[in-house]
Design a protein around this ligand. Structure first.
Ligand SMILES: C[S@@+](CC[C@H](N)C(=O)[O-])C[C@H]1O[C@@H](n2cnc3c(N)ncnc32)[C@H](O)[C@@H]1O
Length: 248
């Protein structure tokens, strides 16, 4: 495959390369119980089966949807300074969240992607909670015992609780916006024993090796933030410390 790739040029090469990037995780030499090695789907493919436990199929659907792919085409122009607006807004005239409010189908696709990750992470840390998000998201959220759905704007108000868990939200916003959100989280918890738990990636500039799988994931997420949010980014520890020192 790599030989074929070198023979190709330009866009074709890029397309082929991105397929190889996916294939190399989905297909490989797998050892059967008999000890025989075959070229087949790797165990990772199970995560794409809708029937599979902890499946992540819904997670890759929005990223490969035409709505989410379009902003990627403007990313180079944005980085070169040829587009003034964030790329998502340049394409759709509004940010991702307003677009979701006006386009329920897209919102459903996005929310299901978030939910398939949250279903793995949240039960590991919590049994009952308030689920707080924008009104159009909460209004279609699945009902569960011991989960209260509360719609609202986190820049105005975060529901009162002993602990606020904020996952994959701050990376959608620039520092000043994060600080405003964190101040609302601080107001939501008891002053003496409340906690704000932040679940986000941390880019480690110093020690990351280029071949580490997680480095690629973190840097990929940073690109996703650039393509799909107005001001979001993944942060290094130093950048998180800045946000947290000025936040709660
Ligand atoms: C990347 S998603 C993460 C969702 C969820 N926390 C998770 O980890 O699965 C960011 C979420 O922030 C919500 N959001 C965006 N702007 C908001 C606002 N002003 N107030 C409350 N939620 C907001 C979006 O609707 C979206 O569900």
């Amino acid at each position: 495959m790599e030989v074929k790739q070198r023979e190709l040029g330009g866009e074709k090469e890029e397309e082929e390369h991105s397929k190889v990037e996916i294939w190399k995780y989905m297909f490989g030499f797998v050892e059967l119980a008999s000890g025989r090695k075959v070229y087949a789907q790797t165990p990772l493919c199970k995560r794409l089966l809708k029937s599979g436990q902890n499946n992540m199929a819904a997670f890759i659907l929005p990223e490969s949807s035409p709505v989410m792919l379009a902003p990627w085409h403007g990313l180079s122009a944005r980085i070169q300074g040829n587009i003034r607006n964030p790329v998502f807004e340049e394409v759709y005239g509004e940010d991702l969240w307003s677009f979701g409010a006006a386009n329920p189908d897209h919102s459903k696709l996005f929310n299901e992607a978030m939910a398939c990750d949250a279903r793995v992470v949240v039960p590991a840390v919590i049994e009952s909670c308030i689920n707080s998000d924008l009104p159009h998201v909460v209004s279609v959220a699945q009902e569960y015992d011991r989960i209260e759905n509360v719609g609202g704007d986190m820049f105005d108000y975060v529901p009162k609780a002993d602990v606020v868990i904020i996952k994959w939200v701050l990376h959608d916003w620039e520092d000043d916006e994060c600080i405003r959100i964190l101040k609302k989280c601080r107001e939501a918890i008891p002053e003496d024993k409340g906690k704000v738990i932040i679940i986000e990636a941390v880019i480690d500039e110093e020690d990351e090796k280029e071949d580490s799988k997680l480095t690629n994931v973190r840097l990929m997420l940073d690109m996703v933030m650039m393509a799909h949010t107005n001001t979001g980014k993944e942060r290094t520890l130093k950048e998180w410390v800045y946000v947290l020192d000025d936040g709660p």
